[in-house]
Design a binder for this molecule. Structure first.
Ligand SMILES: Cc1cc2nc3c(=O)[nH]c(=O)nc-3n(C[C@H](O)[C@H](O)[C@H](O)COP(=O)(O)OP(=O)(O)OC[C@H]3O[C@@H](n4cnc5c(N)ncnc54)[C@H](O)[C@@H]3O)c2cc1C
Length: 450
């Protein structure tokens, strides 16, 4: 035996785990095993070693990214820049304070100037200082906001979608000129008061808030419930029934208007950062010039809801994405039985199920917004996306919670809040049943509301 061979043999014997070898010999025929391994090609040997090392177990996990089909790549470079600007704002200005404000049930008013500087308010509206961008981009913005904090995306949706949308769709030219530029800059904050304590899903069937015209003035009486932002907004759009004609009309009511009172709804278990109000209108006098001049019936109110429902579907996607991404990061980090829990098959099954639904939802809302940009958004298309996305989001957030074990119920692990918030998104802008009835009516031609 050559000298070098001898030293190799000694080195092998020195490193040999004799007791391990003896144990192995009790289980398998060692001679046979060595002869089989000897006959293996070099590449098969490498594959086997990799498998025995646990495959990629020791490799750094890839970056967490909830946009699995790279839908962001469909944005133009300019749109992508806006999306990333919003992401940066949400991650640096909002994320660090989000649990604190949720817990306190207060709104962080101090973020509004920086949010306004993003120049995304009234994003899709044309003129009046608004950017006139695509609905697809608007969807991505809603997703970015909700991915970090669904309360902030809700606040923004009320301002940019419901309140500005009401004036844009139903206001006179003078009203648009008066309000929209300042609302776009977020110097004027708005709210949208449709739901009532006794009339929720049935708003299309008649409102109990009444408006009576007296000369140049309208007198409003009634109550509105759940009205987001209304505790601090400068104006609230109040929808009321004209006692003389029976038609639904919209009014721009200013916050210091005598007879207007907004009380914060306490003890919410979802979207706690959003300030929802119970509004009481007692002989609240509003000038005719503050009546939305192009709102003649509930059909006009519906036009606004159709537009904002699409954004709510995107918000649900963002909520699901935030929960998924946080859960995946947790699974890549948390160890049990000496391994990261993300390496367990049953955990991967849950993660993949979440990603499957998330990706399907993203693809759906992306197409929905394309349809909107093409001028082909219908009530039923918006409603279908709202139903599916809010339903699947509930499922995704609950799986995320499950994957965090006990930590899934602690706010600081950034999943519990998504679980709670998904409940509110599920119900507002039309419940599952109401949106399903809208789709059902469209596909069967028969209304089944009552
Ligand atoms: C956090 C939050 C924010 C909100 N923000 C606003 C806002 O800014 N402005 C605003 O105007 N409103 C707002 N809302 C109100 C919201 O739109 C309503 O809660 C929603 O429309 C449902 O009305 P409701 O809560 O009165 O439920 P209800 O109408 O009482 O419904 C109760 C249940 O009955 C079911 N149901 C009702 N009718 C039928 C039917 N015909 N067939 C089958 N099932 C039916 C519903 O689906 C639901 O499951 C908000 C709500 C929440 C929770």
């Amino acid at each position: 035996m050559a000298r070098s061979d001898k030293s190799s043999v000694f080195s092998i014997l020195r490193n040999l785990n004799i007791s391990g070898l003896l144990k192995l010999a009790q289980k398998v025929d060692l001679g046979k095993l060595i002869s089989k391994v000897n006959k293996m090609s070099e590449s098969d040997l490498k594959k086997m070693m990799k498998m025995m090392d646990g495959g990629s177990a020791d490799r750094e996990p890839p970056p967490v990214d909830g946009d699995f089909y790279d839908l962001s790549a469909k944005l133009t470079p300019e749109e992508r820049e806006i999306q990333l600007k919003v992401r940066d704002f949400m991650e640096t200005e909002v994320e660090p304070i989000t649990n604190e404000y949720w817990q306190k049930a207060e709104f962080p008013l101090h973020i509004i100037p920086k949010m306004a500087a993003l120049d995304v308010c009234g994003l899709t509206l044309e003129g009046y200082g608004c950017p006139g961008k695509s609905n697809v981009l608007q969807g991505f913005i809603a997703q970015e906001m909700a991915r970090i904090d669904p309360s902030i995306s809700t606040f923004f949706g009320v301002q940019s979608g419901l309140a500005m949308g009401a004036i844009y769709e139903c206001g006179s030219e003078a009203q648009k000129q008066q309000w929209l530029p300042e609302m776009q800059k977020m110097n004027v904050l708005g709210a949208f008061g449709l739901t009532e304590p006794k009339v929720g899903s049935a708003v299309a069937g008649g409102l109990t808030t009444k408006a009576k015209r007296k000369g140049d003035t309208w007198v409003l009486n009634g109550q509105k419930k759940w009205i987001g932002n209304a505790t601090f907004s400068d104006i609230t759009i109040i929808w009321a029934e004209d006692v003389d004609s029976g038609d639904t009309k919209g009014f721009i009511v200013e916050k210091d208007n005598p007879g207007f009172k907004a009380d914060k709804i306490e003890d919410k278990m979802a979207l706690r950062t959003v300030q929802n109000a119970l509004i009481t209108l007692e002989d609240c006098e509003v000038k005719e010039e503050n009546r939305l001049q192009e709102a003649h019936s509930f059909k006009d109110t519906s036009r606004i809801l159709k537009l904002t429902r699409a954004s709510v579907a995107w918000q649900a996607v963002g909520c699901a994405r935030g929960a998924y991404e946080n859960a995946l990061a947790y699974c890549n980090d948390r160890k049990q039985f000496g391994k990261t829990i993300g390496s367990f098959q049953l955990v991967q099954d849950l993660l993949v199920e979440m990603l499957t639904n998330l990706t399907a939802m993203q693809s759906m809302v992306f197409r929905l917004s394309e349809l909107q940009d093409e001028g082909n958004l219908t009530d039923e298309r918006a409603s279908l996306a709202k139903v599916v996305c809010t339903l699947k989001t509930r499922d995704i957030v609950s799986k995320a919670r499950e994957l965090l074990g006990g930590n899934g119920i602690l706010l600081r692990y950034n999943v519990a809040r998504f679980v709670a918030d998904s409940e509110a998104i599920y119900s507002y802008e039309g419940t599952k049943q109401i949106n399903s009835l809208i789709v059902g009516r469209a596909i069967t031609g028969k209304s089944a509301f009552v």
